[in-house]
Design a protein around this ligand. Structure first.
Ligand code: G3P
Ligand code: MG
Length: 379
């Protein structure tokens, strides 16, 4: 298969379609570009055909990840056409129910980076496991092993909360929300702290809510005593890396937490808030980002002055039926844009794993074939 020789849109009308590309398993295997990825993005860019990158990855500031991707993929990317798993967390800081002025516990692979990302979104009081370990070293009996990991990034905990109740120590820490930014590294410590917070009274670390202690209460006794909500940025059980078999993602961490929660609560389901693909909040957020980006490049590009047709179709190119394909298939765009799912064979899904759990509109070998198929269809 080869690229069309002539630019497809030489007549100057603005394309009414665009692309959303998943990253891991479509464009990259971790740091390694997948064959055809660079030339496909470059072709779209040279022909002013809008696209965004829409990934369940995370753990870095948007601008840092985008700079990293630009150099790896050899195309100029900006935060204008980039949405990662926790990018929509920015909206959690705003509004009357906003968390901007509350105290949040954050975690992920690099907890200090998660704190910096949270600050960049407007969170003002951010606590990590490093801070908690420093002031409560006995909260996890193996903290000595963690010194090397957390020692350098511990911040003082927010000012002690005078709860008016006798605390075993005066630095009562109240957490108002738990935010998982990307795949935690230290599942044991994170699960210990998160469950401590979820059984606490009002999110005060070290307390135990009588409600949760009393099993005679109706089923909704759990997480009903003002415990902090737990917010995840990604539910991928697997993701595609340079290893030849898919690796566990944040969805596996959630499954481990679910297992511990069920044991602690006698079988209760963990109430959570989920972002990332396939969830509608993420697709709605991504469509807004795509529309703004499209308006910007079409007004700057050769199409300037031309009436810009509304965005009719987005080709969602992904490797994971559970996130990329399901999300596009199920998304009902508020503006009526059709999201067409295209599954590639370079990532999580493999034919030997049986039929994809969510059927794509089109199944192709790789991202290059996906772009060619879409352009032919639009041409
Ligand atoms: O942690 C990244 C992984 O969960 C999937 O990323 O780019 O395939 O959505 P992506
Ligand atoms: Mg992927």
């Amino acid at each position: 298969s080869h690229e069309p020789s002539e630019p497809v849109f030489h007549t100057g009308e603005a394309p009414s379609f665009a692309f959303a590309f998943d990253i891991d398993g479509v464009l990259l295997h971790v740091a390694k570009p997948i064959p055809g990825a660079q030339e496909s993005l470059k072709y779209l860019q040279d022909n002013n055909i809008p696209f965004i990158l829409l990934t369940n990855g995370g753990g870095k500031l948007e601008r840092d990840r985008v700079n990293d991707l630009s150099s790896k993929l050899g195309v100029e990317l900006t935060v204008d056409n980039f949405v990662q798993s926790h990018t929509p967390f920015q909206e959690l800081t705003r509004g009357p129910q906003g968390l901007g002025d509350k105290t949040v516990f954050v975690t992920g692979a690099d907890v200090q980076k998660c704190r910096e990302i949270a600050y960049s979104y407007g969170f003002k009081s951010v606590v990590t496991a490093a801070d908690i370990l420093r002031d409560h070293p006995d909260i996890w009996p193996f903290d000595a092993l963690m010194e090397s990991v957390y020692g350098g990034s511990a911040h003082p905990l927010p000012l002690p909360l005078h709860t008016g109740e006798h605390m075993h120590d005066s630095t009562a820490l109240k957490i108002d929300a738990i935010l998982v930014f990307n795949d935690p590294r230290d599942w044991a410590l994170d699960i210990q702290i998160i469950v401590d917070l979820l059984v606490s009274r009002q999110g005060i670390l070290g307390t135990y809510s009588a409600k949760n202690g009393d099993r005679s209460l109706p089923n909704d006794g759990w997480q009903q005593d003002g415990q902090p909500p737990v917010v995840f940025s990604n539910s991928d059980l697997f993701w595609s890396t340079t290893y030849h078999q898919p690796r566990f993602g944040q969805g596996a961490f959630q499954a481990a937490l679910d297992g511990v929660w069920a044991r602690v609560t006698g079988g209760k389901e963990l109430v959570r808030t989920s972002f990332g693909k396939p969830f509608v909040e993420t697709y709605r957020f991504a469509e807004r980002v795509l529309n703004e980006h499209r308006a910007k490049i079409l007004s700057m590009g050769k199409m300037s002055g031309k009436e810009m047709a509304p965005l009719r179709r987005v080709y969602m190119v992904g490797d994971n039926p559970e996130s990329d394909i399901r999300g596009a298939n199920e998304f009902a765009s508020p503006q009526g844009t059709e999201w067409t799912s295209v599954l590639v064979r370079t990532g999580v899904w493999r034919p030997e794993r049986g039929e994809p759990a969510h059927k794509p509109k089109m199944l192709v070998d790789d991202v290059k074939a996906a772009v060619e198929w879409a352009l032919k269809r639009e041409g």
